[in-house]
Design a protein around this ligand. Structure first.
Ligand code: ATP
Length: 353
């Protein structure tokens, strides 16, 4: 359905050249639900915009739904649906009418367009809202209208750019159930970008992780976690002074010598196993990657006890996609997103000069 080779896109800015996407190779089989996952600025939207012919690549080639993005962009557009981050619906047109006119724009007869609009309103649970205008809808409802608009011409491939970003948790869950239903009811290929790790993990059949314009991992969430992250045990120590000795003991259980990470008191561990019940925030912690957390946990605690290290709490955990990202880049995606959000909120608070 998608075959890309060496897709590259640079931008010239006043601060110099930005290499947004650097040599993307990708093959997507028909019927797959694939998630493009990465931090802000990783190159997800730029990749999507090249594949949907909205942006010409600097170099590289791609065929999408059987048409070449460079020589037959109209052919690509006729065969794909695209739901952008920004809502594409007209503010003042009633939803039912908008779907109808979109059908006419795709060359349907008035009867066909009317029927297709009705089908989509039913399929996306919008029938009760047919006479409403987008301006009066919730974020989740508007996103469903956007998806309906992307499906009018029955494309075999639908691109969704961050479909759940900006929605409250309830609307996010609703959009996901819509996407998964579409997936079940049709053989459509769904290609979406997200920076929500849990969504990519639980929903997508294939996850491509992109960072600084390059693909750094590609596979099922399960295979990526098993191959690149592994189980983990996190231990909170009673005495920060024991951290060095504890790390030496933990290293005996680690899958590799560099798989023990120490977090001094007060520094939040960039791993989800950080959520240790009953642990003070100011406790020193260490995390060790192990082949099997259930088996390693009691043995590690006993070894620490034997070495005179007092522990406050401990927890074994299965890996997450954030652990995959951490093991590939040394950075935590969750932490970067939290930092981004914080600096965004900060800049909103600061009065502009
Ligand atoms: N039109 C443009 N001009 C200059 N730089 C651009 C342009 N579009 C994107 N970039 C830069 O290219 C890089 C990749 O951007 P892109 O929007 O593809 O990332 P992303 O992974 O989709 O991020 P986000 O999750 O924030 O949407 C970023 O450094 C971005 O600032």
């Amino acid at each position: 359905m998608i075959h890309a080779r060496g897709l590259t896109r640079s931008f010239s800015t006043q601060h110099g050249r930005v290499d947004a996407v650097r040599g993307l190779d990708l093959d997507v089989e028909p019927g797959t639900l694939i998630a493009f996952l990465g931090p802000n600025g990783a190159g997800k939207s730029t990749s999507l915009r090249m594949l949907t012919t909205l942006l010409p690549p600097t170099s590289g080639t791609a065929t999408v739904a059987g048409a070449d993005i460079a020589t037959d962009p109209a052919g690509v557009r006729a065969r794909i649906g695209y739901v952008s981050q920004k809502s594409s619906s007209a503010e003042t047109q009633r939803i039912g009418d908008e779907l109808f006119y979109q059908g006419l724009a795709y060359g349907m007869s008035r009867g066909q367009a009317r029927r297709r609009a009705g089908e989509l309103l039913d399929r996306l649970d919008l029938a009760d809202l047919a006479d409403r205008k987008p301006v009066s809808l919730s974020g989740g409802q508007r996103r469903r209208v956007d998806i309906a608009l992307g499906l009018v011409h029955r494309p075999p491939l639908l691109f969704l750019d961050e479909p759940s970003t900006g929605l409250d948790p309830h609307s996010r869950a609703e959009i996901w159930s819509t996407i998964l239903r579409l997936r079940e009811e049709s053989s459509m290929t769904l290609f979406l970008t997200t920076h929500y790790l849990e969504e990519a993990d639980s929903m997508a059949e294939r996850v491509v992780i992109i960072d600084r314009g390059r693909t750094i991992a590609d596979g099922t969430a399960e295979s990526l976690k098993a191959e690149l992250a592994g189980d983990r045990v996190t231990v909170a120590l009673r005495e920060a002074a024991d951290a060095g000795r504890a790390a030496e003991v933990a290293a005996r259980f680690a899958t590799a010598p560099d798989r023990v990470r120490r977090f001094p008191p007060g520094e939040s561990a960039p791993v989800s196993a950080d959520a240790l019940n009953g642990t003070r925030d100011d406790a020193a912690r260490l995390t060790v990657q192990v082949p099997d957390a259930d088996a390693a946990l009691p043995e590690l605690l006993s070894a620490l006890d034997g070495a005179g290290v007092k522990t406050a709490a401990a927890r074994g955990a299965r890996p997450t996609l954030d652990d995959v990202f951490l093991s590939l880049t040394g950075r935590s995606l969750t932490k970067e997103q939290a930092d981004d959000q914080q600096s965004h909120q900060q800049s909103e608070k600061e009065p502009s000069a």
